[in-house]
Design a protein around this ligand. Sequence first.
Ligand SMILES: Nc1ncnc2c1ncn2[C@@H]1O[C@H](COP(=O)(O)OP(=O)(O)OP(=O)(O)O)[C@@H](O)[C@H]1O
Length: 941
Amino acid sequence: MENFTPGQRWISNTETELGLGLILEVNFKRITVLYLASNEQRIYAIDNAPLSRVRFSVGDTVESADEEKFIIAKVVEQEGLITYIGTAVDGSEIRLDEIELNHHIQFNKPQDRLFTGQIDPNSWFLLRYDTWRKLQKHQQSPIKGLLGGRTSLIAHQLYIAHEAANRAAPRLMLADEVGLGKTIEAGLILHHRLIHGLSQRVLIIVPESLLHQWLVEMLRRFNLRFSVFDEARCLEELGDNNILAGTQTDEDNEYSADNPFTNAQLILASQEFFAAYPKRQRQAILAGWDMVIVDEAHHLQWSPQFASPEYEFVEHLGLVSPSLILLTATPEQLGKESHFARLRLLDSDRFYDFDAFLEEEKRFEPVAKATRFLLADEALNADSKQLLAELLKNDNVTGILKNLDDPDKSASARATLVNILLDHHGTGRILFRNSRQTVQGFPERERYGYSLRGEKSTDDMQQDPYYQWLVEQVKQLAGEKILLICKHAQTVIDLEQNLRNRAGIASAVFHEGMTIIERDRAAAYFADTNSAARLLICSEIGSEGRNFQFVQHLILLDLPTNPDLLQQRIGRLDRIGQKHVIQIHIPYLQNTEQAVLYRWYDEGLDAFRHNSTAAQGVADALRNELLAVIRSDDLFEINSFIEKTQALHAQIEQQMHQGRDPLLELNSCRKDVADDLIDQLRAYDHEGTLWPYLEELFECYGVDTEYHSPDCFIIRPSDHLRVAHFPELSEDGMTVTDNRACALAREELQFITWEHPLVTAAMELVLSSETGNAAISVVRHPQLKAGQFLLECVFIAECSAPAELQIGRFLPHTPIRVLVDQAQKNLSATFNHDSLLDTGANFDKSQIVAFLNKQRNLISSILTVAEQHATSDMRDVIAKATNTMLASLSAEIKRLVRLQKVNPSIKTEEIEQLKDMTMLAHEHIQTAQLRLDAVRFIITS
Ligand SMILES: Nc1ncnc2c1ncn2[C@@H]1O[C@H](COP(=O)(O)OP(=O)(O)OP(=O)(O)O)[C@@H](O)[C@H]1O
């Protein structure tokens, strides 16, 4: 045992935060220690002082009280006091008595903590290593980022999210038919990027009526806390900035630092807000985003003569933000040109010329045919090969075409060729449009037409046959919730008043004239099963994008002339989560436009009962005729128009089937890939390792756990919590479940996964502190002789690089475990970590620490040997990371080179830049470093 001498430096084993201690006084039984860094003094009994001697070795770097650093070349000890000798920067010799050591010196390196006796319980070491391993497993999982959403596992959504995940900066249009979950898809993509650290700053722009719904969906389903920005919020932010800066805001200078959008990372704002405040648009453009999401993007109107301000705003955002996601259920609602223009926002390299785009569309058929050949699992005949060679003549694919006949390479060659075909033709790889035909499990729809007599009254609603029918209908549907949609906000207001005052029927209203809070309140009032409101009266615009799948009855008091709009309306109910047959009620006055429209939709397009992808095409082709026919009362003319519609509908459906659809469908969802993802997600869900891991973690940190019900647990901070505040856990605690079905059914539960903020923060807590990085453990193993010792080291391979390289995609922090025995033999492969179980035997810590210090040279050599093995393992890690990086970036370069042949607007510099990035990534990966993260001194018994 060491003797205490005044002037020596020791460190407290129990209160390491006190810093380096100095022995002030030693008497018969007691010692007094002064901790200068924290200005504390402690008196300990000599025989059980919880102290470890601080002793540096040759090669260590130390720092003097004057903050001069040097590497120790020699250690001299005289009468119990140590002097460290080294060389200063100017070459002169430095001698530092230990009393002059900097008292702020921290011992957080594992080996320092081991030698200074700052040893944690074995459970902490296990937790630390387990955390690295769990993190690594999650890190390498192809479903990382897709796991944490509180969502049902729906194939097309997961496919899209996975596809987006494979792209460095996704620029996509999510255009699934209404109600198939585009918001959820955007949420999944976003969640994936945030979890991977690929995005930090995100702006979502949505119609005002959907702000609240988005806010809630992002939080409830993905634990993403968005800040809603409107003008009031911007002013508030600027006010805060002024107070902070103590200066006056230069309100008119949007380039100034006073940009409200830089105050939050995840921002949700409405299209209406930006339209009303052009200055905020300019600030938003300057605020730096890595992802912008725009909902209901069909509003972004464009033609060669006129680009709407909304379009221009998003165009600017798209230029500054690497990722851009547009959502619309009706991409072609405003015509093909607008659709093309929005595609151009996403990929101007690919969509550079409208005429060229139209020209290409005509050639869909051979492309579809070639794709079908490639997808079919049979050998390609000479004709099909000829067709492929012709279509891909500019693409340098001769080598790949040859591989088609090689049984080992054929599958990958086919996949590559399909991707190239997709990339070149049609809407390529950026448009995702799933239809109900391909996504199963939607409810049936029934339609009821009501032929009314009389004349529409504009003066007195009471006399209006529609109103009278409505009152009757509501009475007949007693006990049911009903959604009514009509075109104009004014009709909504009039109806509500009349129903309330004259018929005693309570209803909620929803239209664009209401504030967002009023609308949300109305929706909540209507949704409340106990509320008197059984009817929600909505205007067309007011209801767009809203979720009303808990309703079964829809009344269409008027009909739009645009089939997409009709689908939008029905889509309020016909959504994922609808559990009943949807009943659509359509009243029409005989011999009116509405009567003709009803028949047209019903008989011509069968649009009430089914969503038809061809309907909009038919409507576009027959627009003028339709507008004339609805005014006609000539039954013959109407009948023949309906027949014509039916024929055209069948024809367009047929065309779509043969031509474009297979490509689009293929791009929108590949069932085998999606099913594989679902299998992996299910396996993760059912793996059952998360809760046991968390129990260990909570046990270490002093968080209480309690059984709640099957798969559900209550967690709350206990009185002996080890940290001041456990992240993401309030004083009251929370109830959690690791069961997806349970989480979907019960919103009050938190769905914990490896991606839940509490779990990620807790793992971060473990790894960011030094706790657990030095441990001693007694182990028994049949193949290990008793009385030996070994060192189990956990190294981390890590690589620092500029953020834009996103190097973590290729080389994340990777733990490398090495086990070396006292004979300096590498036993890593012989004894895996899990086989070295701690016996729980007690040991005399101070004796072991004294032994460690006595054997310091040997232990240091063992550490060096361990590091050599880890370095060699790291080479494999680097090689693998390099290959992944090269495969990913060179595919991107090849794509641009290919596209450049047909599109002169792709600049050579762009390609050069990507090449430079590849070189840079390569360089950085090669310089990955190894760091000792934790060490366990194992004694065998
Ligand atoms: N995977 C899922 N798990 C659980 N609920 C889902 C899932 N996908 C979608 N939903 C629910 O289905 C409804 C429709 O989804 P969403 O709002 O994303 O559709 P959308 O395609 O954006 O609709 P619209 O075209 O009307 O804008 C929402 O209530 C959503 O919460």
